[in-house]
Design a binder for this molecule. Structure first.
Ligand code: C2E
Ligand code: CA
Ligand code: CA
Length: 663
């Protein structure tokens, strides 16, 4: 950029450079300000040096004009001392550059004029005529030695020139001398003034260049910062991205390790976000993420923390909250913030219809194997638990989770050898035909015990068996055992078996079941498969096809846990179920009139679709009465009979008996 451009484009303010455009008068103003940032010591040392040289010339006074030297030397000292005092005084009062420069200029002019007055009275006229030449040094001082503004220089050097000519004409020198020395002085004046003008121009240009360089540097710094911000920001939500959060986590971590400052790490996952995208489209999905991100940002900042996007629909927050109540409040505030947004989510098909989040919280714990990665894994684990416990909830990692994960491994190992070591068994729970009052069906429930006899609850081992794939083998074993040992023996009985999605996805499953039935010579309609509503059937045409094949084979299909998942109604539309098992939570809610109406409505709805109705979890005579009132077909629960080995299914000390006895 040329200097001209620089003059128009230079942008600056010294406290912070901005992008303003400046006029040339603005620039002059800035230049003057810049000149004010001078070093006082530089001017001071210039003046001291000049005074020293001025006094040193006393020697030439003694040699050339000894008769008046006492006066001239006195003048030199007087002016020198006076000027230095004046200068220091001015420095104390104000540090204005022009004031200080003017003092120096006055010193130069006065130093010349006063010396001239006394020196001109010498009788050594010839010597003095030579000595006059040195007057030009004052002019050089005014124009070149001090860095005066041009105006100050020109005025002071012009005054010196004047003094010279006044003395030249009053002392009656010859014309040749006047012409010679006068021309010399004038040339000196023109020449040094020109140099001064050039120097000032140069100084101004140096200032402009420096300004331009400063501007470019500021722009480069700004660009660098913008790039840095970009590389650390998630473009969609404007929150920190994963990399930035990693750095922040490292900072929190080192504060914890070095100074014991604890903190909380929170992982936040939007529930059923994939379904949100499927239902509303990706644009709305993105918009939802930005709204959630902004709301989360507010709440996390209130706790003095940082938040970022961890990936997809997952966020990560870090905050210096340490005490358990504070941690609990923080986790809950995050969960509530998302729920309170009340963003509609009709695609999730569970009982909630707004966007919610699952939240997992962990805090660093002192221990031997302190590792940063661990706290993330622990938050992940807590998040997993939050999702597993129905979502829209907060879970905090604690030590018992670690024990649980150890247990998981132990159970997975146990399951592998369960059949061989005879650790699995089947319990049968009677199902009452409400109209006839007889038990003609039982649900087969898998039981697992550890070698020491401890029972492992199915809600714990079934998911592990499914995760590890062992469920397949166990389930075949179960179907085989039910057919060979139960159905063949109790000819009036039908047995329902819970089938997991793994079997329904396995090619050849239907054929294998057909073979088992064939071999045991069992009528297929005595076997019932319960399929839980929690499966998302619509998305899996493979499962649907297998269900239809099983039905064609003659096996009865029941819909289990109706009302707990998100697919209940679409299941009813897709499959012709023989029976729908209404989940026990509905019966429990029957204590209130609202809950009772709900159960009535649900049973009417199911009946209108065709299937029979079974209600699970009947525990009291009162509940049984409700079922009678609502005309429910079948009932199951502790009131009718607890799950037990098949040979005790019809024994006299049935659960019904036990419960009645207890009452
Ligand atoms: P589910 O299919 O809903 O089974 C009914 C559960 O309710 C059983 O729990 C049963 O013992 C319990 N129950 C029955 N009557 C009552 C009652 O009146 N009150 C209460 N509170 N509970 C009652 P269980 O045996 O612990 O089984 C839990 C779950 O494990 C089952 O829920 C089922 O989803 C799964 N499961 C059990 N056996 C198998 C199996 O062989 N295969 C598969 N895939 N899952 C199984
Ligand atoms: Ca069941
Ligand atoms: Ca059930």
């Amino acid at each position: 950029m040329s200097r001209g451009d620089a003059r128009n484009n230079v942008a600056q303010d010294d406290a912070g450079i901005s992008d303003q455009q400046f006029s040339s008068s603005d620039l002059r103003g800035l230049y003057r300000n810049e000149r004010e940032n001078f070093q006082i010591n530089a001017v001071r040392s210039g003046l001291w040096l000049a005074v020293f040289a001025y006094i040193l010339f006393s020697i030439t006074d003694i040699i050339l004009i000894p008769d008046v030297s006492a006066h001239t030397i006195a003048v030199r000292f007087a002016i020198g001392i006076f000027v230095l005092i004046l200068f220091e005084f001015a420095v104390l009062r104000s540090k204005n550059r022009d004031v200080l420069d003017s003092i120096c200029a006055i010193a130069v002019v006065a130093g010349y004029a006063l010396w001239l007055i006394f020196a001109a009275q010498t009788a050594y006229t010839e010597n003095f005529s030579y000595y006059m030449v040195f007057g030009s040094i004052f002019m050089m001082g005014a124009n070149l030695f001090f860095a005066f503004r041009f105006e100050i220089s020109i005025v002071s050097s012009a005054l010196i020139l004047n003094c010279f000519f006044v003395s030249l004409f009053t002392l009656h020198y010859s014309w040749s001398y006047i012409i010679c020395l006068g021309t010399f002085y004038i040339s000196c004046f023109v020449f040094t003034s020109y140099l001064n003008w050039n120097l000032n121009l140069e100084r101004y240009n140096v200032f402009l260049n420096a300004l331009e360089a400063k501007k470019q540097q500021a722009e480069a710094t700004e660009r660098g910062q913008a790039l840095l911000r970009l590389s650390r920001t998630d473009p969609l939500t404007n929150l920190n991205n994963r990399r930035a959060m990693d750095d922040i986590l490292h900072k929190y971590w080192s504060d914890w390790v070095e100074h014991g400052k604890s903190f909380s790490l929170v992982l936040i996952d939007i529930d059923h976000f994939k379904k949100f995208n499927d239902h509303y489209g990706h644009l709305r999905g993105d918009y939802c993420l930005t709204l959630v991100a902004a709301a989360l940002g507010n709440v996390v900042h209130q706790y003095g923390g940082s938040i970022g996007r961890h990936g997809g629909e997952e966020f990560i927050a870090l905050a210096p909250v340490q005490h358990s109540e504070q941690i609990a409040a923080f986790g809950e505030a995050i969960r509530r913030t998302v729920e309170d947004l009340a963003l509609p989510h009709q695609g999730r098909r569970d009982r909630t219809s707004v966007v919610t989040a699952s939240v997992g919280v962990s805090t660093p714990r002192p221990g031997t194997d302190v590792k940063l990665e661990k706290i993330l894994t622990e938050a992940d684990r807590a998040l997993y638990l939050a999702k597993a416990s129905g979502r829209n909830s907060v879970k905090y990692f604690n030590i018992s989770d670690i024990e649980e994960s150890d247990l998981n491994d132990r159970v997975a190992k146990l399951l592998k050898e369960a059949i061989e070591r005879n650790l699995v068994s089947i319990a049968f729970q009677p199902i009452l035909n409400v109209r006839s009052g007889t038990v003609d069906t039982a649900e087969a429930l898998m039981r697992l015990r550890m070698p020491d006899g401890t029972e492992v609850p199915p809600r714990f081992f079934v998911p592990i068996a499914e995760e590890t794939g062992i469920i397949l083998e166990l389930q075949y074993w179960m179907i085989r055992t039910v057919c060979r040992k139960v159905l063949s023996q109790y000819e009036f009985l039908s047995v329902s078996i819970n089938i997991s999605h793994m079997e329904l996805k396995t090619p050849g499953f239907v054929d294998s079941v057909a073979t088992i039935l064939d071999e045991a010579a069992i009528r297929p309609d005595r076997l019932i498969f319960e399929i839980t509503e929690r499966l998302d059937l619509e998305r899996d045409s493979e499962i649907l096809a297998h269900v239809q094949d099983l039905k064609r084979l003659g096996i009865r299909i029941w819909l289990d846990d109706f009302g707990t998942g998100y697919a209940g109604l679409s299941w009813l539309r897709l499959v012709d179920f023989d029976t729908v098992k209404i989940d026990q939570t509905f019966l429990r809610d029957c204590k209130t009139p609202k809950g009772r109406t709900m159960l009535g409505d649900i049973s009417r709805l199911v009946r209108n679709c065709g299937p029979k109705i079974l209600v699970e979890g009947v525990e009291t005579a009162g509940q049984m009465a409700v079922l009678h009132e609502l005309g429910i077909d079948q009932a199951q629960g502790f009131y009718i009979g607890i799950p037990r080995p098949v040979d005790q299914l019809f024994s006299t000390d049935s659960a019904l008996q036990i419960l009645q006895d207890e009452a």
